[in-house]
Structure formats: C-alpha cells, structure tokens
Ligand binder design. Structure first.
Ligand SMILES: NC(=O)C1=CN([C@@H]2O[C@H](COP(=O)(O)OP(=O)(O)OC[C@H]3O[C@@H](n4cnc5c(N)ncnc54)[C@H](O)[C@@H]3O)[C@@H](O)[C@H]2O)C=CC1
Ligand SMILES: O=C(CO)COP(=O)(O)O
Length: 331
C-alpha cells in the first residue's frame, strides 16, 4: 500500500521502517528540512533515530504537504500531541477522501482535554470509520532494532483495524486488533503520567516496592478513568495497558521515565525538559488527566500529586506523602 507518515520523529521514523519492512511504499513528511534531506540522501534520520544506520530504500521523505499525502491509502500521524491539531489542519484539504488515518500519538490535548482520536477526527473532519489508533509497548529504539514486539490497532470499523494491522505486520512486529478506541487512547496517553512518577521514584533511589506501588496504583487510576469514559476494562489488562505500562515504567529508553528520573534526582521540570531527547508527553497530559478525573468524578491521587510536582516543585518524598495522605480504604 501507499502509506504516508506525518512526523519524522523517533517513533514516526521507526514505524515508517516497520511499514516499509511490511512491503509498503512509505513517504515521510517532516517539518525539519534537514531530516527530510537526511532520509532522502543518506537513508538515515541521524537526529531523531541515530541508532539506525540505514533506513529501507522504499522510505522517502518530503517537506511538501500535498506531495507527501497525494497517493496515500493510509496516513499515519506521529506528531507531538500538543501540536497535532494545528499541524493536521494544514493537511485537511490534501488527504485523499478515502484514506484511512492512523494515530500513533500518546497524549491528551492540554487546552481542550481531547484524546488524540478526537483531535485527529476534528482537525480532518474524519468519520470514525476511517480512523484507527495504534498503541502498545513499543519503545522506538527496540522496534527500530527489529526486536520482536507487538502492538494493538483499534478502530470502530473491524475491516479498517484489520487493514492497518496487516499493513504493519512483519516477522518481528505483531499487530492485534481491538474495537476499543477510547480504551486504547487512554491507555497510551495516561500511562505516561505513571511513567513520570515511577521514573521519579527510581531517580530518587527507591526500589522495587515503591515502583510497584506507584505503577499499580497508577494502573488503578487508568482503569477507573477508562471505565468512566466508556472504555472496556479488559483493554487495560492487555498490551496497550499493562504491557505498555511495564515497558514504559521499566526502561530508561522511555522519555517519560527518564524525565521523571531526572526530577527524582533533583532537576526542575525546566531542567529535565532541556535534557530530554524528544517529547515527554506525560508532562502536559498530567494536568489533562487530573482534569479528566474531576470532570468524570473519578479520584486521581497520582495525577494530582504529579501535577503538584510539575507546577509547585514537590519533591519525590512529598509526592509519595500525598499518595499516603488518604484515609484507610479498600484497595
Ligand atoms: N518514541 C516512542 O517510543 C513512541 C512514541 N509514541 C508517540 O508518538 C508520538 C511521536 O513521538 P516521537 O516521534 O517519538 O517524538 P519525537 O519527539 O521524536 O518527534 C516529535 C515529532 O513531532 C513533530 N512536531 C512537533 N511540533 C510540530 C508542529 N508544530 N508541526 C508539525 N510537527 C511537529 C516533530 O517535528 C517530530 O517529528 C508521541 O505522541 C509519542 O508519545 C508512541 C509509541 C512509541
Ligand atoms: O510509548 C512508548 C513506549 O511504548 C514510548 O515512551 P516514551 O514516549 O516515554 O519514550
């Protein structure tokens, strides 16, 4: 198939390689002219994905929006979540009327509280049947090294989910399908907030018990928010839920975990941001997660405490005390 990938960051480029390995013709669109040139001339993305020496020949890149999506049967979006709406508006006229649009993004829009399925569909005036979301335990460097990994493709249309899953299936990358778009979106975006908190505990020097406590209580928050939003509970027990939580909360390859670890070591959010290699989506999503909890009447002690870390400079010890402050209650 002809597939266009909008956003030539670490994951956009890695997923482009997966699609090319699966036999598709892949056109990347990148904002940065030097990245587009690097892909076309050197078959590399040295700034965002330096671990890959040579990208497949069937991957090319363009700065020209109309040219990048002209023949697309599938358009994949991998842009930092807070900029997605504005960036996509510029593609609205150019994307072919029958193309499927796939979001790889894991964030909540801070200014509106919208999930990425909502942002993409609003920005492109896209019916639900032409949308799919992809989410799972997919640390880009590991997938780029073609280590065996799996993901989930969710769409309200099972044919669309299957089409996208087939388009990104390779000998090392396995895609499962799901009808639960809302659950998948919430798993992918909200686990980043938990990864910030677990990373913070690790950076501060705490061990397995503390990390397990924060990760598990975080999962409980994800499930409560998901169920109140109409998601299916079992999505949270799958690859996109527990699977991605385990990968992201356990790896220094995760930007969210690393951002949190730097906070735990005593860096301010601004300092942690400066040394971050790529977008840490959990930072703007923290506020959105706490706001979602308020709107749905769901308690979000972890997101609320992490919000205070980011906005008021709470230390890791103070953040954990916030979690301990509630009355004795059933788990
Ligand atoms: N890296 C990973 O392991 C994974 C990342 N994701 C998600 O995929 C999304 C993209 O992540 P990465 O590519 O890794 O991030 P990155 O930080 O490497 O790249 C971000 C991309 O957003 C683009 N961008 C930023 N502002 C823009 C604007 N105003 N207009 C157009 N483009 C703009 C940048 O040019 C860049 O291509 C994020 O939501 C992330 O959570 C999902 C799974 C795995
Ligand atoms: O979502 C990811 C792995 O599944 C990537 O996590 P980071 O965005 O924290 O690097």
């Amino acid at each position: 198939m002809n597939v266009s990938v909008l956003g030539a960051g670490a994951w956009g480029t890695t997923f482009g390689q997966v699609l090319a390995d699966a036999g598709n013709k892949v056109t990347m669109w990148g904002l940065e002219p030097e990245i587009v040139e690097d892909i076309n001339v050197n078959h590399r993305n040295g700034s965002r994905l330096p671990s890959v020496d040579r990208l497949p020949e069937s991957m090319t890149a363009s700065n020209d929006r109309a040219q990048a999506v002209r023949d697309a049967e599938i358009v994949v979006v991998a842009i930092a979540a807070q900029y997605a709406r504005e960036a996509l508006a510029a593609f609205a006229e150019a994307i072919p009327d029958d193309a499927i649009v796939v979001s790889l993004m894991k964030g909540i829009e801070r200014s509106t509280g919208a999930r990425m399925d909502q942002v993409v569909r609003e920005a492109l005036q896209l019916p639900a049947q032409r949308f799919a979301a992809v989410s799972g335990p997919n640390l880009s460097k590991e997938v780029a090294a073609r280590q065996p990994s799996a993901t989930v493709v969710a769409s309200s249309d099972p044919v669309v989910a299957k089409t996208v899953a087939q388009a990104c299936t390779t000998s090392y990358f396995k895609a499962y399908t799901s009808p639960d778009v809302v659950g998948l979106e919430l798993c992918g975006s909200l686990k980043n907030v938990v990864a910030l908190a677990v990373g913070m505990c690790r950076g501060a020097g705490y061990g397995e018990n503390t990390a397990a406590m924060v990760q598990t209580r975080g999962l409980a928050e994800l499930i409560a928010l998901g169920v109140a939003s109409g998601a299916q509970e079992h999505t949270f027990a799958g690859l996109a839920g527990v699977g991605d939580l385990v990968a992201t909360c356990g790896s220094p390859l995760s930007r969210n975990y690393t951002f949190g670890a730097n906070l735990g070591k005593g860096l301010s959010p601004e300092e942690a941001s400066r040394v971050s290699n790529g977008v840490a989506e959990g930072v703007p999503t923290t506020e959105a997660m706490a706001a979602l909890g308020k709107a749905l009447g769901v308690e979000t002690p972890l997101a609320t405490a992490m919000g205070r870390v980011l906005n008021e400079g709470l230390s890791c010890g103070e953040m954990l005390q916030e979690l301990f402050a509630s009355d004795v209650s059933e788990e």
